[in-house]
Write a protein that binds this ligand. Structure first.
Ligand code: ZN
Length: 480
């Protein structure tokens, strides 16, 4: 069997956990993934972006950029300037890609070419990110809307995944060069049950069968196989506690703007924008119209201490008054800066990122080092998030077992993601080409695919990721 050099398929199993996928592989439950992807290539564990949540965590795959590099700090965020406007402006300002504003993510992403722009012969199936797709290339648009809504409330994700599988098979004979296929079922059912529930495991098997059918169809028509990449955008953990930060603040008599119905909260002193639901960004004095984010000294000190001390918070971060970021836990504090290609971590009290002491390292070296901690890639991920002035004044990342959204999550999320913890940040990464002997981020996939396809990239375009071919050989992003 020959593998055609100029075509690629990226299969995104939303919310697939690396350990669950590996166990199913070892049991022989994913024979097509083993045979057509992993045998000719490899399987590894990569890391995603923060916040580790659907949509936001798709940006690396399709843009080769971190969400913070292109102005998307979360699945919900506050447009500070517009939040001071009239009631309609206020609704616009309280951005949430979870509901009717879902499609706005495509226009909110700052100018940058998507993989679809760079490879116009692309087809996408069931994606919320559609920028750059030519007319007709965005498949099952209507079924995604109808079956997606039904699945959200009734849990009927298998019907949606089967529609994806059918559309994937139907696309086999078409003259695409890049195919992006999203299966939402694993994530959707995980939220309602838990990451290892039998219905979730069956969703993994459904994807594997769809892959087998797709390969068979290509072979029947005498086509070479494309390069395959099978990945996920985040992991998940069981949630035992829903600690809604907005509810806790309101109990302290702090009026708090939040979704879905309190976006017009009168006299709001804080806005809470939840992603995942295990991360939340807070914006102080949200009606002030001030566009510039606050640094540590401009954040009400008592409130910051309350937030850091909330049970279930793994860490908090905010902008430092001078340069870089401050990372906090209840009992520890460190400074994070980046200069001359090196990231510097300076603990002042304790060791909030668990690195064992001060560290100054190149990006990729630090990635390797942090993979051994409970918050893999945290330094880079916090720095990338706060690049955008749209990010909150403070961000909280939850510990395993806790999320930050309570009564308004309907139906209840029994499991979730969004935090910086390893169980949310680690993702499976299978490819039909050799994987580099180095830690991989999801942001490396796009430059790898662009290189594989030989797509032309304008000189003005930069990627945050590094193609596999150069990963083992270098420690610096080479495309900058
Ligand atoms: Zn997801």
């Amino acid at each position: 069997m020959s593998y055609g050099p100029r075509r690629a398929v990226l299969v995104l199993i939303d919310g697939a956990r690396a350990d669950v996928l590996r166990e199913l592989l070892e049991r022989g439950d994913l024979p097509n993934l083993a045979r057509w992807v992993i045998e000719p290539g490899g399987f590894g564990v990569g890391t995603t972006v923060f916040p580790s949540t659907t949509g936001v965590a798709y940006i690396p795959f399709l843009f080769g950029r971190y969400p913070g590099s292109v102005g998307i700090p979360g699945i919900r965020w506050l447009d500070r300037r517009r939040a001071a406007g009239g009631w309609l402006e206020q609704w616009h300002a309280a951005r949430s890609y979870c509901g009717v504003q879902g499609g706005w993510i495509n226009r909110d992403i700052l100018p940058a070419p998507s993989l679809f722009d760079l490879v116009p012969e692309s087809i996408a199936i069931c994606t919320p990110l559609t920028r750059g797709l030519v007319p007709g290339a965005n498949r099952i648009l209507l079924r995604r809307a109808v079956l997606g809504a039904a699945a959200h409330y009734a849990g009927t994700y298998a019907a949606l995944d089967r529609a994806v599988a059918r559309a994937w098979l139907a696309a086999a004979a078409e003259p695409w060069r890049f195919l992006f296929v999203v299966f939402p079922g694993v994530d959707g059912i995980t939220h309602l049950k838990d990451p290892t529930h039998s219905a979730v495991l069956e969703s993994y098997r459904l994807v594997d069968r769809a892959l087998g059918d797709f390969v068979t169809r290509l072979q029947k028509e005498g086509n070479d196989l494309p390069a395959f990449f099978v990945v996920s955008d985040h992991g998940a953990t069981v949630m035992r506690e829903h600690r809604d930060v907005a509810v806790l603040l309101e109990q302290d008599d702090v009026p708090t703007l939040r979704h879905p119905v309190h976006v017009w909260r009168r006299g709001a002193r804080v806005a809470t924008m939840v992603s995942g639901n295990a991360s939340v960004q807070l914006y102080f004095e949200p009606r002030s119209g001030r566009a510039r984010p606050r640094s540590e000294a401009e954040i009400p000190g008592a409130l910051l201490e309350r937030l850091v001390a909330f049970p279930g918070v793994r860490l908090a971060a905010c902008r430092a008054d001078t340069e870089g970021l401050i990372v906090r836990t209840k009992s520890s504090r460190a400074r994070l800066t980046e200069a001359a290609g090196l990231i510097r971590y300076e603990p002042e009290t304790g060791d909030p990122l668990g690195l064992g002491g001060p560290v100054e390292m190149a990006d990729r070296e630090l990635l390797s080092r942090t993979r051994e901690t409970d918050v893999p890639d945290a330094p880079r991920q916090l720095l990338q998030l706060f690049q955008t002035s749209r990010a909150g004044d403070v961000v909280l990342a939850a510990e395993p077992g806790t999320d930050f959204r309570g009564p308004w999550e309907i139906p209840e999320h029994r499991a979730g993601h969004g935090s910086l913890i390893a169980e949310h940040m680690e993702v499976p990464l299978a490819a039909s080409m050799a994987l580099p002997d180095a830690p991989i981020r999801t942001v490396d996939l796009m430059p790898t695919i662009v290189e594989h396809l030989g797509a032309a990239v304008p000189d003005s375009v930069t990627f945050d990721g590094v193609p596999f071919s150069r990963l083992a050989a270098t420690t610096e992003p080479v495309s900058r």
